[in-house]
Design a protein around this ligand. Sequence first.
Ligand code: GLC
Length: 571
Amino acid sequence: MSTPNVDLSQNGHIKIADTLFSVGGIEEFDFSRLLDKPRPLNMERQRSYDERSLHELTSGLSPRPPSRTDDFPSRITDHLEYSFSPGRRSGYNTPRSFTGFEPHPMVAEAWDALRRSLVYFRGQPVGTIAALDNSEEELNYDQVFVRDFVPSALAFLMNGEPEIVKTFLLKTLRLQSWEKKIDRFQLGEGVMPASFKVLHDPVKNNETLIADFGESAIGRVAPVDSGFWWIILLRAYTKSTGDTSLAELPECQKGMRLILSLCLSEGFDTFPTLLCADGCCMIDRRMGVYGYPIEIQALFFMALRCALLLLKQDGEGKEVVERIVKRLHALSFHMRSYFWIDLKQLNDIYRYKTEEYSHTAVNKFNVIPDSLPEWIFDFMPSRGGYFIGNVSPARMDFRWFCLGNCIAILSSLATPEQSTAIMDLIESRWEELVGEMPLKVCYPAIEGHEWRIVTGCDPKNTRWSYHNGGSWPVLLWLLTAACIKTGRPQIARRAIELAESRLLKDNWPEYYDGKLGRYIGKQARKSQTWSIAGYLVARMLLEDPSHLGMVALEEDKQTKPLLRRSNSWTF
Ligand code: GLC
């Protein structure tokens, strides 16, 4: 496996602040030691999949709940402790916390629910259904979404059950090689599906997979994030198991190259950021998240970095690797310079001159200060900052987006100072961003005339609902990972406690509504799998921070910008 750029995390040097667990009572623990070794595979669990595959083959539709007897792995538990009532088998799977963060009965319930969401294909678990909510109109929530499966996959990896993740990665790779058409237009070869489902033919007694690349999705937008998540997950699998053979398979190498060739091709671009249509990521409806949205740029950066670690530098790989290195260099400079905002930067924009021409322009994108929204002046704390939602000619979308900012921290797109500043902002704007339920997908909501124009009068995305300032429990895992990476676990702990006060009681809603996230979302599904898995991953990360290496990358000195336009983020 080639590692042309040094990923320090590979060498066990993910830097975690010394005072990591001051709230939990343990200080100055050297977590870097924990990041060294690949996590052991749970061979017991793998065997049980094989054993039951014959039975699964003959018995049909997915998903179906596994039987109680094979529900949980009979893992060697001499160094583990039960985190729940010994009468139940679930919930003992993770080591007791280093943090003094006590186990919670909800963990066992969450594992049960997560296992109920498993989708089987020809006897093997291949993913998890988006929501097990049978009470309402199903839409496409009966499918396995690539992005939704990521937290499930991480939960299984952290629990020593990598097999399902491997199957998922291989099956989705097969789907990628399909010919993809919308009407008469053929999509790029590398496009990964948004979702897929298992079709069972009771007559022939066989199963097939059908995928949606955007041709069935509301709005008909291809998911740009799917391919990135696929690469990120492949790296998480490799990191967690130490099994490099999967990523080294010629088909995996090709799959990665195809995904990347979609975004590294030359065109008319003047920026290194990736041009996108509205609705091509987690926010998959028209919400003004088009052009160069942070949600995609951060994932793009992370996927490039992961690919760099996984790609072989042989014939075809070599050229891709060279392109990645160049792109990373330019992308990190661009993002760190132009997407970053803090009090000083805001003040600079407020005083911008416009209509500047030539290389000496300070206001490069010709942003008109009058376009600064009112809310940002109150929202911006004296300490803290964040990557804004979008930057393009004469347009800055100042909204705060959760996923983009957390992924920026995890991928080290954010400098260490910027990462700290993002956490400072979350802490000082807790009421706005977390409120009573973690975590706002974006802030603030858009309303009135602007809502009409931007969303196209979307009744699902009314203010403080769904994608428009709604609160999504799945984001808890991203927040927790970011907290651990920046040495602020107490923030994650507070958020997890809030989630624990409601999530199970409310039956794992997809999202919450309202300024504070107080109300179960108007059209939120219940038993939403990524709400369940997101909670489990958050818990496991906090209990055993060595898992962080799966989803985090240390800063790569080679991608550091040579010049810094502004040092406003250093305090
Ligand atoms: C909604 C979300 C999307 C998610 C899907 C399945 O469409 O916006 O991000 O993947 O539901 O849960």
